[in-house]
Design a protein. Structure first.
Length: 612
């Protein structure tokens, strides 16, 4: 790069340092090479004090400014550009350097968007401007490699975009970097085992609704599950995880299978006795205990817990013992637009339940309209903390009766639900209502926000929530919401193209399931769901740590089986213990609004999957 003949340096705009630094005669040659090949960090290391007495200070200041610009360090770039202009750099030279930089930035942006050919065109134009008249094919390849490496180092999830074009990764990237992309980005799901448990009722999703807590449960080397075989049979299954021996036991009774809300939830106390709650939708509590620890063969008759607030029970949820906290029962008392969330705890010594003195969440007393809080799967921390996230439902909207779930709220308790705080450690006054709840993600009325999804905690006990709601174009998309310790962050993690609306009462026939979420020991997040985007196959989407960047190539089908309208039902305890994902799998029908059922049976199975 050369200055026009006859140009003379102008008076510097900053004071000359009192100490003279040794002249580096090779500095301009190195800077030109760094500029041509895109070594922006090298250019940014040029120190202003080393330039004051350099004969090429104007050109060097300009190149150093471009280095800072490419690194996003705008104030530093602006200061150096001002010095270069003050020292008399030619305007044409400024234009050439800055325009080449613009094309380089366009190349990086295109690369991140997965537009590989466009990226290469931009890099090539940038190099041609930097090296006019030179053979630029090899230089373009070197420039592209340099920029890709910088992107990967600066943002570990950038590899996801590169994988949109394997041609780029294989033909352009050197083998170590290509392997780094492949190793750190691609999700592979390995099936470890699959066990058939026999045919069972599949006329709706009663066996596979996501709000079963727990639908599958591991404790002391044994895995337990339960499902309805027919209207007169509730089946318990026990699996020895060491030998894979299966035991079953059927509980005869009268069960309303025509309402998918009437699902089964399992708990287990410190002594190893199973607790079973089932067949509720705003109805009297139905509850039993196993008579012997670790044994599914003998059960009590149906029992009350405390006898109070047990007439309108829905969504029975067992929270397992941890630290000093006992087996806990969380449930709704009330109805879909007028509900209260209550907690009871179990004492193994006296074999009795005790209610918490105050309701946890409530919309039943609000005026002029009441509401109901719908909680996602509760999550418990390594410190024993109990975390709840929830939405609020009030009256439906319009003649179509659009379901009106609004906002996502959050609360955390360190004393098993007696007192609660916000994510910023501010105390709640109970019960938590729409008025005083912390809204961690606002969702406007009628936005197809789904209720009763899932939450998980990372190693620092920070919550991650998966849900779906409309995107700006009115298309329901899966979404990931998480707390980074200071603020709540959010992203869309699907690319669906077809709209639908949540309208009417009862259980709806929805083209996508509610999402589950789990986090592995390396802090990677997995969203598990079923939908039209996978031809109704259960699938997992990887959001790799630490930035949780989403790309559609990181969605992997877990089982090549159409499961109809089923939702993921997982063994949360086994995941925490082994990072093995055990799912209860059944192909289910789901008539809209729970009307017009067909008496159909499909096979039930347990599927074990491990992610790589």
């Amino acid at each position: 790069m050369s200055e026009p003949a006859g140009s003379a340096p102008a008076r510097p705009t900053s004071p000359t340092p009192s100490k003279l630094l040794p002249l580096d005669e090779t500095l301009l040659e190195r800077a030109n090479t760094q500029w041509q090949f895109g070594d922006w960090e090298g250019l940014a290391e040029i120190q202003l004090e080393a330039l004051h007495h350099h004969p090429d200070r104007a050109k060097l200041a300009l190149l150093a400014a471009e280095g800072h610009l490419q690194l996003g360090q705008v104030p530093e770039a602006r200061a150096l550009l001002k010095e270069a202009q003050g020292w008399g750099v030619a305007p044409k030279t400024v234009h050439r350097v800055l325009i080449a930089g613009v094309y380089n930035t366009l190349g990086k942006a295109s690369f991140l968007k997965g537009q590989v050919h466009e990226a290469m065109d931009h890099f090539s134009t940038s190099v041609r401007i930097a090296m006019p008249g030179a053979e630029h094919r090899l230089s373009t390849k070197v420039r592209a490699l340099q920029q890709v490496e910088q992107l990967v180092d600066a943002a570990p999830d950038a590899h996801e975009f590169a994988l949109r074009s394997r041609e780029f990764a294989e033909a352009l990237l050197p083998k170590p970097l290509h392997e780094r992309f492949a190793r750190s980005s691609h999700l592979a799901a390995q099936t470890l085992a699959e066990f058939d448990l026999g045919p069972a009722w599949a006329g709706n999703t009663i066996n596979t609704v996501i709000f079963r807590h727990h639908g599958v449960l591991t404790r002391a080397g044994h895995q337990y599950t339960a499902f309805y075989v027919d209207e007169h049979t509730l089946r318990l299954v026990q699996r020895d995880l060491l030998t894979n021996e299966l035991k079953t036991h059927d509980l005869p009774g009268e069960y309303n299978l025509r309402d998918a809300h009437n699902s089964i939830s399992l708990g287990i106390d410190r002594k190893g006795h199973l607790h079973l709650s089932y067949d509720h939708h705003g109805t009297q509590l139905r509850y039993r205990q196993s008579l012997f620890a670790g044994d599914i063969r003998e059960w009590s008759e149906e029992l009350p817990m405390t006898g109070t607030h047990e007439e309108q029970v829905t969504y029975p949820t067992f929270i397992l013992p941890r630290h000093d906290f006992p087996l806990t029962f969380l449930y709704r008392d009330g109805s879909s637009e007028k509900g209260t969330v209550r907690i009871k705890t179990y004492d193994e010594a006296t074999e009795t339940w005790t209610p918490h003195p105050q309701a946890i969440l409530s919309g039943s007393e609000q005026k002029p309209w009441t509401s109901n809080p719908y909680w996602n799967h509760p999550a418990t921390g390594t410190d024993g903390s109990l975390h709840l996230s929830f939405v609020w439902r009030t009256h439906s909207l319009g003649e179509a009766k659009r379901v009106n779930n609004i906002n996502i709220g959050y609360a955390c308790s360190h004393d098993n639900g007696l007192t609660w705080k916000t994510s910023h450690n501010r105390p709640y006054r109970l019960p938590i209502t729409q008025v005083n709840a912390e809204t961690i993600h606002p969702v406007s009325p009628g936005s197809n926000l789904i209720n009763q999804t899932s939450m998980a905690l990372d190693s620092r006990n920070r919550p991650h929530i998966a849900f779906y709601a409309d995107d700006p174009d009115g298309i329901p998309q899966y979404q990931h919401l998480w707390f980074d310790g200071k603020v709540w962050r959010h992203q869309v993690v699907s690319q669906r193209r077809h709209a639908f609306s949540l309208e009417g009462g009862g259980t709806l026939q929805i083209p996508i399931s509610r999402p589950e979420i789990v986090i592995d020991r390396d802090e990677n997040v997995y969203i598990i769901a079923r939908g039209d985007y996978t031809q109704n196959r259960l699938a997992a989407t990887l959001l790799p740590a630490p930035n949780y960047g989403y790309h559609s190539s990181n969605t992997e089908v877990l089982l090549d089986q159409d499961v109809g309208f089923a939702e993921p039902v997982i063994d949360r305890e086994r995941w925490q213990q082994e990072n093995v994902l055990s799912l209860l799998v059944q192909c289910n029908e789901q008539p809209d609004h729970d009307t017009g059922h067909r008496p159909v049976d499909h096979q039930v199975s347990i599927l074990d999957v491990q992610f790589k």
